[in-house]
Every structure is written in structure tokens, then in C-alpha cells.
Write a protein that binds this ligand. Structure first.
Ligand SMILES: [Zn+2]
Length: 120
């Protein structure tokens, strides 16, 4: 990176030019993009995959493959706890993963309730 005022080469991270002291004008879009990238949770893809699997396992119960909804509930719960941790730490989490994790969790719970009702 080069200073826009005096043209001296400078550190990418510095806020002021070391040679003329001029404040660095950063490309705001580039910075926003970079901070989003940096703030994206490292669990982003895990949340998405676990969320999808939570829904899949819970839905399998409704088409006659029993007990797998317990896996759906577990995966949904793990997804929600990962997202909650990201929320607390201010990371960008996977919205789609979160929605599907909750959906899988709820569908799994409904399957448990239906199962209990049928066994009575
Ligand atoms: Zn300068």
C-alpha cells in the first residue's frame, strides 16, 4: 500500500502515513467486505450442514424410519448452540443453518410427542 498524499510505501495495517502523518483513506467497501470475511464464523459451514442433517433426520421419522429423529434433535441442538456461541462472540453465523437447525429440532420434538401419544 502507498500513501495517497506523499506516495511513500507503508504498512497495510497502519492508520497514518509514517512519513507525512496523513491519515489513511481506506476503501470503505473493501474494508467492509474484509471485516465481514473476518467476522464470519469458522463454524459457518458446520452450522449449515448440521442444520440440513437435522431436518433430514427429523423428516425421515415422518416417512416411517423411526428413532432417527433423535439424531435430528441432537444435531438441531448442536447447531443452535454453535449459533448462540457465534451470536455471543459477534461472529456472522449461517442463517440458513440456524433456521434448519431449529426446524429439525422442532420437527424432532413433535415426532417424540406423537410417538409418546401413540404408545399410550
Ligand atoms: Zn504520506
Amino acid at each position: 500500500m502507498y500513501c495517497k498524499t506523499c506516495g511513500k510505501e507503508m504498512d497495510n495495517q497502519s492508520k497514518f502515513c509514517p512519513s507525512c502523518g496523513e491519515p489513511v483513506e481506506k476503501d470503505e467497501f473493501a474494508e467492509m467486505f474484509q471485516s465481514n470475511e473476518n467476522k464470519r464464523s469458522k463454524n459457518y459451514n458446520t452450522e449449515l450442514i448440521l442444520g440440513i442433517l437435522a431436518v433430514v433426520f427429523s423428516v425421515l421419522n415422518y416417512i416411517g424410519i423411526f428413532y432417527v429423529h433423535l439424531i435430528g434433535i441432537t444435531l438441531g441442538a448442536i447447531t443452535m448452540s454453535l449459533v448462540n456461541r457465534d451470536k455471543k462472540d459477534g461472529f456472522e453465523f449461517s442463517n440458513a443453518g440456524y433456521i434448519m437447525g431449529v426446524l429439525g429440532f422442532v420437527l424432532g420434538l413433535i415426532a417424540v410427542i406423537i410417538g409418546v401419544m401413540y404408545s399410550m
